[in-house]
Write a protein that binds this ligand. Sequence first.
Ligand code: ADP
Length: 407
Amino acid sequence: MRIFVVNCGSSSIKYQLFDMTDESVLAAGLLERVGTGEAVLHHTTGVPGETKTIDAQVPVPDHAAGLKIIIDALVDPAAGVLDSVDQIDGVGHRVVHGGQKITGSGRIDDSLITVIRENAALAPLHNPPNLSGIEAAILAIPNTPQVAVFDTAFLATLPPRAYRYAVPHDWYTEYHVRKYGFHGTSHRYVTLRAAELLGKPTEEVNLITVHLGNGCSMTAVAGGAAVDHSMGMTPLEGLAMGTRSGDIDPAIILHMLWRGMSGQQIDHALNKKSGLLGVSGVSNDMRDLLAAAADGNERAELAVDIFVYRIVKYIGAYYAILPGVDAVVLTGGIGENAVTVRRRICRPLAALGAVLDEQRNADTIGGASGPITTDESSLSVWVIPTNEELMIARDTQTIVAGQSAKS
Ligand code: ADP
């Protein structure tokens, strides 16, 4: 079965074509600057070491035009991997917000499209482009089943004490103010993979999963299901991130409003100018920060310190609410590669029984999985690379085959 995974952002389309017989990637790419006269396509086919690429600059007014260009690349006789689009058996779409009702992935029909549209107010930057991608794919490949895989779905099992805020009740009933959570597809993927690697049934695994990319989030997993999560009603809550503040005193927003900033300016500052970038003034990229900190830049050092400290605090909190922890799982670009950051996270976790194995930490990079603590540790810390696209492809395959795809 061939599954085409599509992730439409406001100005980009990321995609991968999978052959599900061995879960290999037949083609992958990124179309950037959609909506402009100079969109850039980077399209790769073939196994590592023998890849063919198409790099093209093309006018792409909208997602429909973008998807057409991508499909043309897939069937291009020179670099193409398909004779015709009819060889695609299913299209899996990443959708950010499924709201309260969505607890798993689903085949796209009018009612699911309505749900995605209804939740656009909760994810104004994400659901509308996700929907444009779905509409474009239905137009381009009308006879192929389309499936939506929601970022929020894995977090649908949070109990009310975790997802409700202690605010007036009607904020919840009237305005849908609650924690929804994000990055669910990544947390679900590493949960399933951790269970496999730990040799336990998924329903028995207790984990703290830590996704550290440009956006960062953590999930407490009990019996394979999410019971708490660090992101909130929006992806701004929780850990300090590349450009997002994470947790702050909500009254800071009022303070800055009263100091003359507009709501829009505060929104921009907290989402785009805060986090690692805001504290350091250097960069939102962990590699730059580690290099600057090593050169003696104090603000870069403080940014990394805040980043690590917040993660350790959340691990402590989740450790306290879980009925035991089989593993802390680090993933995302930083979790998978940043040996120094992992060392700094593990050092204070010695209090909970995690003892870093320096050699394992140094070796587990660039896509490798495994524990980075010693075998004697009573709390083990693992690195497990995430693969959201593969998770979307697997769900799509399951649904196309006529089964339900909940975790
Ligand atoms: P996104 O959320 O955009 O998918 P990624 O998961 O790719 O992001 O993570 C990006 C982050 O990972 C960046 O901060 C980057 O600096 C960091 N990163 C990637 N490789 C390394 C590395 N070798 N050392 C430290 N940080 C790294």
